[in-house]
Design a protein around this ligand. Sequence first.
Ligand code: HEC
Ligand code: HEC
Length: 457
Amino acid sequence: MAIAVSAPATAFGAPTKTLDARLTAKLHRAGFTGRIESTLETRLGRQLDHRLANVGRFLWFDTITGLNDDNTCAGCHSPTNGFGDSQPIAIGIGNNGIVGPDRTGPRNMRHTPMVLNTAFFPKLMWNSRFASLSVNPFDNTAGFEFPAPEGTSLSGEPHLLDAQAFIPPTERTEVAGFAFRGNNDDIRAEVMHRLNQTEQYRRLFGEVFEPVRQGAPINYDMFARAIAEFEFTLTFANAPIDRYARGETGAMTRSEKRGALLFFGKAGCVGCHAVAGSSNEMFSDFREHAIGVPQLVPKVTNNEFDGEPENRDFGREEVSRRTADRYAFRTPSLRNVAVEAAFMHDGAFTSLAGAIRHHLDPFASLLAYNPVAQGLPSDLSGPISPTLPLLLQLDPRIASPPSLTRSEFRDLLAFVRDGLLDPRAKPGYLRQLVPESLPSGRPPLRFEFPPEPRLRH
Ligand code: HEC
Ligand code: HEC
């Protein structure tokens, strides 16, 4: 790649590298290539199967796999928000059938992350409780580790996302409900029973899986394949920063470029929102850090929170059982973060600027935090959990943050908001993926898409 390093001389005669030269050098040093998306099929060792992905898409939107009959992946991982939450904290069973700002029902415990680009995540969930032990989601040789009862029993699955797909249908408060009796395998068997009773699904799976065509039942591995394949097609990692790194210097504005320099430099963001090595250019180190995010306490929840009284989320400690890990959460990927409805593990911040500003002074941010001022739904705007314990756990890297001028902050925000956004993550594109009707014949969920931006002539 040709890099223009010729630069104007300063008044003192010393050459000042141009913005582009500095940024290009910085990205290079950080190990950022902008080519991660193009590695997907190589790392899978095959081409994507679009017919299989389409089966996964139907399943994603169909409540037939939710034994409570009122929720499915899309109720929480919504196309209105990058296949992430339309709410600050997820609402699972007992919802009102709406997916968007007007969704109501008992809360689960955490904000639903976007599934975009999860093909490249070596660890899943806010507390990293599903992990590929090789730190490579495409490689099962060291095993895929899940909490009990699954343990490492899902390690035969080809990719971490196939293994992950075994979990959601078994979650009582997400989709399964409490009426059905039995363990996780019983629930999975019941879900397969439902699919096998549905002519359309037998036909769709039969088009991809020869045994089903021959009369064999659809099994759970096939379900997992379809879900994972759909997720693989949601790899949207061609943001302005990627195009820029591949040599398209016009892909970012000057403000975004200055913001990128801060992100990879003085502002220290890349220290945790990492791009090198097993980060797979996802802007996460896939490690857990306590950064003092205010913890919302839902008025009505069907989950068990941590602590005494039960109004806290201990994060990574739930998995590691080490108190040092209390309040530590996996660094989220920042790709396409602008399409989220709310930020952090509990959606405590409703603006991207607020979420970034929190990092720059977590003490002040936490002490001044007011859920009402965030415009949170009324069932989340009551008192938050105690703040002192959060401050005592702060990661040293965040305890003495950089100070940025106002214009530096604007640049940083422009970079995170626009420089990391692949246009395919926007609701206008994703709404095309919502099926008009479902193979089960069930009514689709109601998505509240934002109004389409007016076309300018
Ligand atoms: C009730 C809401 C809800 C439903 C329904 C749901 N999820 Fe999730 N999902 C979540 C939440 C919340 C998390 C994060 C949980 C945590 O960290 O403890 C999550 C995490 C994930 C992740 C990991 C993302 C990451 O960044 O680590 C994947 C992948 C995923 N879900 C896939 C699915 C699939 C596939 C389905 C349907 C079969 C599904 N989910 C159904 C709420 C939901
Ligand atoms: C010490 C590690 C660390 C550093 C340094 C760091 N972050 Fe974070 N960041 C995190 C963690 C951990 C979270 C999630 C915390 C939680 O939910 O409790 C997070 C959350 C975020 C979010 C919300 C994302 C979402 O999906 O909800 C944004 C935006 C963000 N960081 C941007 C930045 C920027 C910009 C910088 C540089 C100024 C930065 N971060 C520096 C660890 C870090």
